[in-house]
Design a protein around this ligand. Structure first.
Ligand code: GLU
Length: 543
């Protein structure tokens, strides 16, 4: 009896692997084009780290005229959640990260290298496993959980490495006849890779991000096909990334230690190995130390968090670019209106250890992003958010014409307002502009001038003698200066600073009094514009 017979007995119905080699020919792409992928397991909600990886993969593929595809790795069916794949694909789409190729939500693949879901590729993995068995590079293993536990205990006693390797590989040298008999007998088994490695020997790996690393060769006879007929991650990775034409694997650095095994699998399978770029996880400051951003501990790790908070998607993407390549920020300053895909992203500039996630910085980035929105864009985004999360804001925004004016204050000019970081800020930021929300009897904090009589005098004089709704900005401002002078304050701040003893204060103190009186706040966007939007009637009501 020979290995061919054994292979046929195990996989009687699979096609010869050459069929797949022909079905999925090499991609015809320009020199230097990167084919890469994001390969999530559908085991939970999308994590910010997943967006981060997809973004990097997409940016690299686009930059090089290559391909970015998404493969759903659902071979661990116990951990799978319902609609997991759909959720992932929808989130990617939401964030503008749709791949060039993937499974369609309706079940139809987009792309010629599918299926893009591993559970639908069972026959393909089995075909390559069959090839390995025929060649003597894989074998059925009949060890029970108990056998494996015994091996482990003996290894511990002997103070040796644990695992299925070398002299511990009980089934590796089982006579073929015996294996055939056991299978015919119905004994349960799985398929193991027969590793040619020797850990005394070293391999060199040059990682695109981590640089050169030496590893001992792999000698573990890992499982390649499990008892449910599905492959393990390692085997599927080699088969899929070969057939799908991946030439650069971008993935989390928890897989770095598996590189010796993966290179060995590629070699034994006769495939050209891809390059690898292992990305460090996103970190978070925790007290004095750093730790991985955690799905369990950190709400901001889940992509849904940003939706609830009303942080726009382009802000999230922009921020992720910031932490992925630190020179992005400077580029953005030079190129405020370009798409992130025009940035010359460089994997080599990614940190070897994880980038620090900083919410304050993210919100800062978001303020910049939103500052470029038109009033109409701010309005519709805030409105959509309010519909789901905030009735009060929704009511305010129902008055669209007025709201557009409010949101249009200091927008669309060279120095646009930068006070909105998320839609959940909007209500608080524009509240006072709405007559029904403004409490004119509120306890306002006047800044420098606090004397009630003085405040009354300033307001009275201004509105009786100077204010004219139709003034243009320059006239409006000149009048505030005139008002200041008439009440013993300097027309310019500089003047006051040079001779403080000559004045009660300066023009800024005066305009602050008007500002606080009309808005309840000492810090607002441009007061002239605010007064224009409020209009005379409302202003007079407020004073
Ligand atoms: N399914 C693996 C994971 O989610 C993919 C790793 C890879 O990109 O190869 O970690």
């Amino acid at each position: 009896m020979d290995r061919k017979e054994l292979a046929n007995l195990i996989f009687p119905d699979v096609k010869d692997y050459t069929y797949y080699e022909e079905k999925y020919p090499q991609r015809n792409l320009p020199e230097g084009a990167i084919v890469t992928r994001y390969a999530p397991s559908p085991t939970g909600v999308v994590h910010i780290g997943g967006l981060y990886q997809s973004l990097i993969a997409k940016v690299i593929a686009k930059k090089t005229g290559g391909v970015f595809f998404v493969r759903i790795e659902d071979t661990d069916q116990k951990r799978e959640i319902e609609n997991g794949a759909e959720q992932i694909l929808n989130s990617l789409k939401d964030y503008g990260l749709s791949p060039d190729e993937t499974m369609g939500i309706d079940g139809n693949d987009i792309g010629n290298y599918g299926p893009y879901m591993q559970s639908k590729r069972k026959h393909i993995y089995q075909s390559y496993a069959k090839k390995l068995i025929e060649e003597g590079n894989a074998y059925p293993c009949f060890c029970s959980a108990e056998d494996l536990e015994n091996i482990r205990q003996n290894q511990e006693k002997a103070k040796e490495r644990t695992g299925y390797y070398g002299k511990w590989t009980k089934c590796r040298n089982m006579p073929i006849d015996m294996a055939i008999e056991k299978i015919k007998n119905g004994d349960p088994y799985i398929i193991r890779f027969k590793s040619p490695g020797n850990p005394e020997r070293k391999i060199k790996h040059k990682d695109v991000i981590k640089g050169s690393i030496e590893f001992p060769e792999n000698d573990q006879d890992i499982i390649i096909i499990k008892s449910d007929g599905l492959p393990t991650y390692h085997f599927a990775h080699a088969v899929d990334d070969h057939l799908m034409g991946t030439n650069l694997v971008i993935r989390g650095d928890e897989w770095l230690a598996s590189v010796p095994l993966h290179l060995q699998l590629f070699y034994v399978l006769g495939f050209k190995a891809p390059k690898y770029a292992h990305i460090a996880p996103i970190m978070k400051q925790d007290g004095d130390g750093k730790r991985k951003l955690s799905k369990r501990k950190d709400p901001e790790a889940a992509v849904g968090y940003y939706k609830e908070e009303g942080i726009p998607k382009d802000s999230v993407i922009e921020y992720l670019m910031n932490i992925a390549n630190s020179n992005f920020e400077a580029w953005r300053k030079q190129n405020p209106d370009k798409s992130v895909y025009e940035f010359d992203f460089d994997l080599k500039k990614m940190g070897v250890s994880g980038a620090l996630f900083d919410m304050v910085k993210m919100l800062d980035v978001s303020k910049n992003v939103i500052s470029k929105y038109t009033a109409e864009e701010v309005y519709s985004s805030a409105y959509d958010w309010a519909k789901e999360y905030d009735n009060e804001l929704l009511e305010m925004l129902e008055n669209k014409e007025y709201s557009l004016k409010v949101l249009g204050i200091e927008r669309g000019n060279i120095k646009p307002r930068k006070d909105i970081a998320k839609w959940s800020d909007v209500k608080h930021i524009i509240y006072y502009m709405y007559p029904e929300k403004f409490d004119r009897n509120g306890e306002f904090e006047y800044q420098k001038i606090t004397d009630k009589e003085e405040i009354e005098k300033i307001i009275k004089t201004y509105f009786e003698k100077y204010y004219d709704e139709s003034d243009d900005k320059q006239t409006w401002f000149d009048k505030i200066k005139d008002l200041s002078e008439s009440l013993g304050y300097s027309r310019e701040v500089k003047e006051y600073k040079a001779n403080p003893e000559k004045y009660k204060g300066h023009v800024g103190d005066i305009s602050t009094v008007i500002r606080v009186k009309l808005t309840g706040r000492s810090n607002t966007p441009d007061l002239y514009e605010i007064m224009k939007v409020l209009g005379k009637d409302e202003i007079l009501r407020r004073i």
